[in-house]
Structure formats: C-alpha cells, structure tokens
Design a protein around this ligand. Sequence first.
Ligand code: NDP
Length: 438
Amino acid sequence: LARNPGEAEFHQAVREVFDSLDRVLQKHPEYAEASILERICEPERQLIFRVPWTDDRGRVQINRGFRVQFNSALGPYKGGLRFHPSVLLGTVKFLGFEQIFKNALTGLPIGGGKGGSDFDPKGRSDAEVMRFCQSFMTEAYRHIGEYTDVPAGDIGVGRREIGYLFGQYKRLTNRYESGVLTGKGITWGGSLVRTEATGYGVVFFTQHLLATRGRSFDGARVLVSGSGNVAIYAIEQVQAQGGIVIGASDSSGSIHDPDGIDLDLLREIKEIRRGRIEEYVAARGGRAEFRADASVWSIADDHAVDVALPCATQNELDADAAAALVRAGVAAVAEGANMPTTPGGIRAFREAGVLFGPGKAANAGGVATSALEMQQNASRDSWSFEYTEERLAGIMRDIHERCAETADEYGAPGDYVVGANIAGFTRVADAMLALGVI
Ligand code: NDP
C-alpha cells in the first residue's frame, strides 16, 4: 500500500485476488519462495505521457496518456484503452492487474496490460476525437506492437477511436501491422463478433451459471446497467435467449421498461445519435419511465429480478444495491464491467447464496475474441460470424468449467471468485516460475 499511495481501486483489486490465495500458497510454497506475489503486483513497465491537441476553436488542450504493461509471462501485453475524465494511474493499474488473470483464464497466449487517458470524448466533434487519438498514438506507437503490446477498446473507445489510432500507427510506422490493435472494422483487419463479444460472452457465462441450478434465461427478468458496448450486446443476447430486460442506464440515470427494452430504439439513441438515455422514454411511450440520477438497481426496490448484469463501471453495485437485489429474488449476478461490485456487495451475494460470476471470468469474452482477431491477422484470414461465435461460446464454457473445477479442487465449491482468481493466478505464476527472475 505504501508504494502505491492513493490508488484505492488498485488496492481493492489486489486485495480481492490475494484474499483467494492462502489455499494456493499452502499447496504451492514455491510461489512464495520465488516472491511471485510481490512480483505480480508490480507492473513490468508504466508509461505516462503528455497528449497535446488542438480543439475546434483553435485552443491547445492537454491530456494525460497512460499505458501500464503489467505482465507478459503468457504473451504480449493485451488490454483496452479507456478515455474518461476519471482516469488516473490507479484506475489503469487496477484494470491492468485484473486483465492479467482474465487473460490467463481464456487459455490464450496473452499477457496483461491497460491504458487510457483522462480525455472526455463526450461532446467532442469527430475531428477533435481524431486529433486527440493521433496525438495519443504519436507517443504510444513507440511502445506497442503485434509482439509487444496490443491495445483495444474500453469505456469511451470504440470502433471510431480504434480507427483513428490505427490510422496514425500505420502512418508513423509505414507498416500495415493489423495485429497491433484489436476492435478494428471488418474491412481493415477486424474480426466478426468482436463488437458483440463481451456482452454475448457475459450472457453465455451466466447461462452456465444458471444451468447449475436447473434454470435458464427463458422468461427471466433481467437488469443491465450501462448502455454502452457491453450492455447493448448483453441485452441482445439475453433477449435472444428469451429473457426480458426491464432496465438499463447511463451516467445520467436509468430507464425502467416493464414491457422489455426496445433494443433497436436504445441502439438508435446510444450508438447512432450518441444521445442520453432519457430520450428513450419519450420515443418509446407506454409504461417506460426515466429515473434521473438513480442507478438501475433501484428498480429492484419495487420489482422482481432474476438476473443482474452490471455492465457500466467499477464499484457501481454496493452492499445496499446487492441487498435490494437479494430481496427482489435475484438468482445470478455476472459482471460485464470490471470490478462493478464492491467488496460489500460481493459479501451480500455470497451470504445469500446468489450465483456470482466475477468480471475476470464473466467478461473475458471480449479479450478472448480480440485474441481470435490477432490469430486472424497473423494468418491473414477472416473467419465467418458463425465460426467465431462458436469459438467464443466454447471459450466461455471452458472458463466456466475451469472456475468451477478450481473452486472444487481448493475446497470452495460454487465460489466463482475463488475459482477465477486461483485458476488465473496459477497459470501466470507457473509461467513466471519457468521464465526465471526477470
Ligand atoms: P462504453 O463506453 O461503451 O459504455 C459505458 C457505459 O457505462 C455507458 O452507458 C456509460 O454511460 C456508463 N458509465 C460509464 N461510467 C459511468 C459512471 N461513472 N456512472 C454510471 N454509468 C457510467 O464502455 P464499455 O461498454 O466498453 O465498457 C463497460 C465496462 O465493461 C467497463 O467496466 C469496461 O472496463 C468493461 N469491459 C469492456 C470490454 C469491452 O470489450 N468493451 C471488455 C471487458 C470489460 P455514459 O454514456 O453516460 O458515460
């Protein structure tokens, strides 16, 4: 803690993993002898840089850019870029730390990293976003590469931003190195299913969770927080499996639609108009309502809920919200976002026997499909939607199994937090041991 002052989210993420590891260290003293715990929470490299750019009024703006290259024992650093005004070094470190274990759980050859900036794309023109991305890449290009570090999207970084970043990388290096970024458009090296992958993957994972209790999404009432990339495709897959999504949100509030969210309308507002979620209610009519500044979990105060999928941001589901969900009858909670549930929230779900899928397992479908994009780029191939979706579904099934089996093996049956932490940790720790003290 003393070495990383003021980085509360990073401390929270490390504590959450280390809390699961006592049983591992008893069984494997070699990890402690090689100081794996001390090494694993120290990033291999951290980059902080100035990102100057000019806005549409001709004024020079300064933002801060970050890339934390956390662990490359299993493969090149891999993890998204987040553009949001709240981004600090500690945010990027917590996300990068989580990413190490998530990537290990996929079984694919990718290390862990994360990056971003305190740049706020909201309200900025396309030209401003482009100039910012070009400036960000003008520094970042020296540190990334197909075999070194492969960034992708996250909050505030979607296809548009990845396009501008890739364009500048290509220009600076004079190389069409498709494998340097993932989340690209289909005509310029992207993979089908990457856009849908995180949201779909969360739902595939939850499907396996529910099946352990003989349940499914069919007819289930579902709350999804957020209305960005992860949330939209989680809603789509829940609906495909017969579930009814009765609530979604953004940072201005939440919508409750007892008849089930009209996804085409929500996408129109969020993906095309880049508008606020409040606009949904006027356009939808009927019984839909907007709850200003209220989290989507407030719907659980007065409505039954079977499944909750937090897909917005960290620490958005606290102990009080968890208690409301438990009272509303929630059977399963799976994290589409990274660390959205507070430690108190996780405790409440555990005590109530609610099935709980932690982010590093439940939302790993996005990075797994990014690794499939890297495979396609390396072989100059492009796979069909059906084949790629099948691979994603298989990966999510394997992650679920790996977590469940590991939890059993370490005496915590049904505890997916323990299962995910231990399964991810041991894979990385074994590789670190094999590579020596580096
Ligand atoms: P987007 O930027 O597409 O969407 C984020 C959504 O969350 C928006 O609806 C946004 O609302 C809302 N949100 C963001 N910050 C806050 C906040 N402080 N309070 C309330 N709502 C907020 O991001 P993604 O969908 O890509 O990412 C969502 C989460 O999923 C993040 O935790 C990310 O790390 C995680 N994740 C993403 C992956 C991916 O493939 N994209 C992969 C794995 C995890 P508003 O528009 O008002 O800001």
